[in-house]
Design a protein around this ligand. Structure first.
Ligand code: PMP
Length: 428
């Protein structure tokens, strides 16, 4: 078997940066990405057979761990009937029915192939429905790589955004306003000034793309309030949080009524699936019922629907979530205790089955600026010490960690012990 190093060199010949999604390249932490050969339960195995306890979980989808028998068997069974038909299937109805039954804000849903497609389509729909162009997003939130959403904050509060990638037209950035996460007053000010031009707010109800940042009390409620008052739509981007806070999403957990919701990751059980949905009168604007165009050759793919349905069935079982929440909390508590004992300034955020660790003296990390002020160098060294010890964390200090139902108490203990050894090396 080739080593990761050999494969990385080969990969770079014909794949930009050797990867099909940038963060996989270990650019932030340095070193060679782990090339994975197979995965099972809480573990991934590299091409040389080394086992890692995995807290990335394919960037969130594998809520039940890797290679879950129910999902694997559903995929095998369905694939024996053909891979794609380009026609409607009963599987799509079953998954749509189930999603609308459990997600509070969804009366209708359209399947797509990625989170990016879901958010891009939801934005188009919100603009069409309201007849307005401006959208509001938050610094540090990621909603996929469509042009309108690849925008960072401008120079001051209330300024319109600037493209965060070459190739995004400045005219599009002019329509995206980027505000500070967890700053309810900033949102009120923006709406006081521009509310009649704003089509929607799109927000991660718990931010998972600037490490893990839960909403401050009242923040999501303020978003709902200003949207209702100004006629803008509230889009909860639950691509990451969907089914990671229980069956009813972060919106169920926090009791926030959304107009549109985007889903991805868990809903496909590891297959490429996204979805957007919401209130019936809004969703009825989508083609072919309404004039807002949105389509996909492979959307609602039968194999992907079978994987999603099998996933929904497993996670709907009584008692699925409680041990998972508990284990996530135990990991955070264990990491904090180990850091304290070794005299390392470190804190965690724990939210449902998502978590984040921060090398900082600050007691609470609530927004992007605070995340960026943490000790990144220290995280990068920590990451590599954990990797050597067989623990696979996200290869960047601004990514959330994920727990699965396949992680055992022993996995948590050995992860905490590996962290303790790493912290001890910092302090010695
Ligand atoms: N929204 C959120 C909240 C995400 O976390 C992501 C991906 N990390 C996306 C959208 C984009 O999803 P995808 O990578 O499937 O396009």
């Amino acid at each position: 078997m080739s080593t990761s190093q050999e494969l990385f060199e080969r990969a770079r010949q014909h794949i930009p940066g050797g990867v099909n999604s940038p963060v996989r390249a270990f650019q932030a932490v340095g070193g060679t990405p782990v090339f994975v050969d197979r995965a099972d339960r809480a573990y991934i195995y590299d091409t040389e057979g080394k086992r890692y306890t995995d807290y990335v979980l394919s960037w969130g989808p594998m809520l039940m761990g890797h290679n879950h028998p129910a999902v694997r068997e559903a995929v095998i069974r369905q694939s024996e009937k053909g891979l794609s038909f380009g026609t409607p299937t009963e599987l799509e109805i079953q998954l749509a029915d189930r999603i609308c039954e459990i997600m509070p804000g969804m009366d209708m849903v359209r399947m797509v192939n990625s989170g990016t497609e879901a958010t891009m389509s939801a934005i188009r729909l919100a603009r069409a429905y309201t007849g307005r162009d401006t959208i509001v997003k938050f610094e540090g939130c990621y909603h996929g790589h469509s042009d309108s959403l690849l925008i960072k904050a401008g120079s001051g509060a209330l300024t319109l955004g600037v493209p965060s990638s070459p190739g995004v037209p400045a005219v599009l950035a002019d329509h995206t306003m980027t505000l500070t996460y967890n700053d309810a007053e900033g949102v009120r000010r923006a709406f006081a000034e521009h509310g009649d031009k704003i089509a929607c707010i799109i927000v991660e109800p718990v931010a998972g793309n600037m490490n893990c940042i839960p909403p401050a009390p009242g923040f999501l409620e303020t978003l709902r309030e200003v949207c209702t008052a100004s006629g803008a739509l509230l889009i909860l981007d639950e691509v990451m949080t969907g089914f990671r806070f229980g069956l009813h999403g972060a919106q169920g957990h926090y009791g926030i009524d959304s107009d549109l919701t985007t889903l991805g990751k868990v809903i496909g059980g590891g297959m490429p699936v996204g979805a957007f949905g919401g209130k019936r009168d809004i969703m009825e604007q989508i083609a072919p019922l309404g004039p807002v165009y949105q389509a996909g050759t492979l959307s609602g793919n039968p194999i992907a629907m079978a994987a999603g349905l099998a996933t929904m069935e497993v996670i709907s079982a009584e008692g699925f979530y409680d041990p998972l929440f508990q284990r996530t909390q135990e990991l955070c508590n264990g990491l904090e205790a180990a850091a304290r004992e070794e005299g390392i300034a470190f804190t965690t955020n724990c939210a449902g089955t998502m978590f984040g660790g921060f090398f900082t003296d600050a007691a609470h990390i609530q927004n992007y600026t605070q995340v960026m002020a943490c000790d990144t160098q220290r995280f990068n060294r920590f990451f590599h010490m954990m990797l050597d010890a067989g623990v696979y964390l996200a290869p960047a200090s601004y990514e959330a960690g994920f727990m699965s139902s396949a992680h055992t108490d022993e996995d948590i203990q050995s992860t905490v012990e590996a962290a303790r050894a790493a912290f001890a090396r910092f302090s010695s």
